[in-house]
Design a protein around this ligand. Structure first.
Ligand code: SF4
Length: 335
């Protein structure tokens, strides 16, 4: 058992079992989240015998095995889990704040054709403690969390939700500073509205029609028809009033035509939304090419001319094995 496998409540019970005072729980949580210290031996205001007991009872936990720094100063972390699997998270500096992008699964079952993470399929879900660990290992401490790394968070709902609630309670992070990204799993966007209404929603859309979605993300398109997805997003907006972000990766000659921009305008009609165009990072396993920047600019202008709020995402992480899942895949090749 590692130290983050115990929630605040679990830690309290554990200390109670040792006959320790209740304030020890807050003391440990402060060490972890205010001082970024996870090693009990370095928690210097604890009695020496307690540090020794903790050292004997808690394993080392996940650790950062490798970091890769990009030209834009984003940092990709390869985190080795206790069972030997590896996951990745990315630290980015945006608008004066640090944002961390965390993974929620080892691998991904959805196998979108442009994404390296899905190429190896799903290994397993991450535990809530493993999701939280990615944040605890980050330096400096992030203000924002995006659940957009490897995996589909809505297929690991229980652990995703627990990680949100624990990060709020133990790390003092606001749900307003958290964003979850999903391809759309029936019923789960409504569940987000009911159970975590302050967490922001991003949709990995990437294609504006069912036919094109079936081509580039066939499993996701089969799990939920685009018409149903849009209906559920509208329901979500009615329940929460939250603006929704649509993620749209720009693939040369595939989804970057002006007819695609018009279709995207149509399906987002009547919604408070931001369309985020993402320049594609080529991966080893996909045959797509990135759209030409001029084409992206035309696409963007077309959306804006039709009243859509749209932007082009700065390609954070380019140049450091940056496509989603690539660092993990590269490391596995090395082994
Ligand atoms: S794009 Fe997202 S949902 Fe699709 S395979 Fe990659 S991680 Fe999974």
């Amino acid at each position: 058992m590692n130290i983050l496998e115990l929630s605040r409540e679990g830690l309290s019970k554990w200390f109670e079992g040792l006959g320790e005072k209740p304030f020890r729980t807050n003391q440990i949580i402060r060490w972890i989240w205010e001082k970024s210290v996870l090693d009990p031996e370095k928690m210097t205001d604890l009695p020496e015998n307690l540090r020794k007991i903790m050292k004997e009872n808690f394993s080392k936990g996940p650790y950062v095995e490798k970091t890769a720094v990009s030209r834009d100063r984003s940092v990709k972390l390869l985190v080795r889990l206790e069972d030997g699997n590896a996951i990745e998270s990315v630290l980015m500096r945006t608008a004066g704040h640090v944002t961390i992008c965390v993974s929620t699964q080892v691998g991904c079952p959805l196998s979108c054709t442009f994404c390296q993470s899905g190429s190896t399929g799903l290994e397993r879900n991450l535990e809530a403690s493993e999701i939280i660990y990615q944040v605890a290992l980050a330096r400096p401490k992030p203000r924002n969390i995006v659940f957009m790394g490897v995996g589909e968070p809505m297929l690991n709902w229980v652990n995703f939700k627990e990680s949100v609630l624990r990060l709020q309670d133990e790390a003092g992070m606001s749900q307003r500073h958290m964003t979850v990204s999903t391809v759309g799993i029936p019923g789960m966007i409504t569940r987000l509205a009911q159970e975590l209404p302050r967490v922001n929603l991003a949709i990995s859309l990437h294609a504006p029609t069912q036919r094109l979605r079936e081509r580039i993300m066939p499993k996701a398109a089969k799990v939920m028809q685009i018409r149903k997805l849009i209906e559920e997003i509208k329901l979500y907006q009615g329940m929460t009033g939250n603006r929704v972000t649509f993620e749209y990766v720009m693939l040369d000659g595939v989804n970057d035509g002006l007819d695609n921009a018009d279709a995207l305008t149509d399906i987002t009609d009547g919604m408070a939304s931001l369309i985020n165009l993402i320049p594609y990072n080529p991966t080893d396993c996909a045959s797509y090419r990135p759209s030409n920047p001029v084409k992206i600019r035309f696409f963007l202008e077309r959306l804006r001319s039709q009243g859509r709020d749209a932007t082009v995402r700065k390609s954070l992480g380019l140049g450091v094995d940056s496509a989603c899942g690539q660092l993990r895949a590269r490391r596995s090749d090395d082994e």
